[in-house]
Design a binder for this molecule. Structure first.
Ligand code: THU
Length: 135
């Protein structure tokens, strides 16, 4: 399994492909599947602002489309911020479909401010847990 600083580098590299002409806020995500595969994503904005797709969901849908179903780790890089930025509420819900409460999440704007947490901490009291399809 790759180390967090290496995954953070991969997430930061993914942020360089960000399409964010409106916010100028690049986000990169590196998602680690159960088998150790690393899938990346970045934020893709739209001139109809509400249609923007965050880096986390971008990575997740690419990974599921590639055949992965369960993920153990997510590393997020926000190189344009001066503080660590956690996943938005919508992403927390979507991530919880394919990541259990124990899955690890790391987010930071630099290697020296990375916050380590879990899906369970970011998305507690998951009311729809029993409806989740991916086991
Ligand atoms: N964004 C993400 O991609 N992930 C986050 O966790 C926070 C926000 C994106 C959405 C938008 O393109 C830009 O960052 C500013 O909100």
């Amino acid at each position: 399994m790759k180390e967090i600083d290496e995954l953070y580098g991969i997430a930061t590299e993914a942020a360089s492909a960000s399409y964010s002409p409106y916010s100028h806020f690049r986000v990169g995500a590196a998602l680690v599947a159960e088998d150790g595969s690393v899938i990346t994503g970045t934020n893709v904005e739209n001139r109809s602002f509400g249609l923007t797709i965050c880096a986390e969901r971008s990575a997740l849908v690419a990974a599921v489309a590639a055949g992965h179903r369960r993920f153990v780790k997510l590393v997020i890089s926000t190189p344009d911020a001066d503080y660590a930025v956690s996943p938005c509420g919508a992403c927390r819900q979507v991530l919880s479909e394919f990541m259990g409460p124990e899955a690890q999440v790391f987010f930071g704007s630099r290697v020296d401010n990375i916050v380590a947490t879990t899906i369970g901490e970011l998305f507690p009291h998951d009311a729809l847990h029993e409806l989740r399809g991916a086991s």
